[in-house]
Structures are given as C-alpha cells and as structure tokens.
Design a protein around this ligand. Sequence first.
Ligand code: PEP
Length: 244
Amino acid sequence: MTNKYIYFVANWKMFGKLKTLNSINKVMSFVKKFKKNKLKLIYCPPATLISPLNDKLKSTIIQIGAQNCHESDSYGANTGQINSSMLKAVGARYVILGHSENRQLGENDNLINLKIKNSIKSGLKIIFCIGESLSQKKNKQTKRILSKQIDRGLKKVVNKKKIIIAYEPIWAIGSGLTPKNSEILEIVKFIKGKVRGSKVLYGGSVNNQNINVLKKINNVDGFLVGGASQNSNNFVDIIRKTFN
Ligand code: PEP
C-alpha cells in the first residue's frame, strides 16, 4: 500500500457497553507512535457509546463515526431515530451509510442518497458502503451493481471530498471469505475511475491473518473492519501488520 494515509474504520455493529470502552486502551497506547498523516483511525461504536468514547479519545488521533442516521437533518416525530446533526453534536465526525446490513432491512439507494446529502450538510464525512451479493458476483454483475449504487447514492452530491467509499461485498461480510487481491484491485480501480479522487476502502472479513495478503493491494486506502475490531488485540494486530 503506497498511499499517504491508511484508514482503519472499526465498525462495532451492535456491540459494546460502557465498560467495553476500557478495551480500547490498548489501541490508544499502540497508536501513540503514529502521526496523524500516516494513520486515520475511526471508531464507529453504537450511538450509545459515541459521547463517552468522544471524552475518552480527546487528545488522541482516533476519530469517531456513527453507524447510521435518519435521513432528515432536523428534529421530527421519528421515534427511535437519531439525525446527523445530533450525532455531530456528541462527537461524531463520520457516519457509515449504505451498509448492506441496513440495505437488507429495506434502505434503498434513494434513501441512502438523502442521508448522505443531509449528513454532509450537518458537517459529517461519509463512509459510503457499496457491494454486490454472491449471486450478482457469480452472474458477473458486480460492476453494474456498484455503478448503480454509486450513481444513485451520490446523485447531486457536490462535495465528493466528504465521501470515502467502502467496497464491501455482501458475501464477504462476517463470512470469513474475501475476494482475491486481483479482484479487489480491479474493483477499487473501477470505483476510483467513476468517482475521481475518492478514497476507497475494502471491507469484509478482514482479520489479523488475512491482512498480510490484503495489505498488498496497492490502490486500497484502508480497511473497514467489523467483527475483528471488537477485540482490541486483533485490531492492533491488523494495524501493526499493515505497516510492517
Ligand atoms: C462490516 O460490517 O462492515 C464488516 C466489514 O464486517 P466484518 O469485518 O465482520 O466482515
């Protein structure tokens, strides 16, 4: 990987209580030796932990993101929902949008587009997830699907600098499977060709074993790590091995 920064985004999913935050101490002391311009480390805990994590991470290089938000940037009668400006107010700098686990719950490209535009308005950067299913991959539809997700998700988004794209094949998430390096290389090139100047991450079953292989993909700007980021030893291992 020859990029200026390497991003590591920890997507904790539905995991963690206040006391779980103690486990991040290991990561905090490990990253002390890194300068901001080498490593971009972003923790995306559940919304319940954003504020306490923000307190904990003050004066570190680690930043915080949320895992999703409501599409509106104003208050409303939306029981159980949180909007992007509320997330910003408690310390989030990023938000993950378009994650396949939320697409599977019914989020479509138009809704994701609205979320992206309003989250940018609120001052957040976007980690925009796209990816194909296994049957789409088998039918050689990957680029067509990604193209559609990008075109619709980023429709009328002017400030593309606020967008980091995470290529996450649905079949790779939580499965222990990953595409071949050559496949990721080709897809990242394709995405960067479509969205000029964009940073592109790979996500899907990244762990402390396969990172030695995945880190060789030289056009990837970093990794979105789900399950393996919930264990700080594993997560530190992933970061250490990437830089070794
Ligand atoms: C994710 O949920 O974004 C993800 C990449 O998960 P995992 O690493 O567990 O496959």
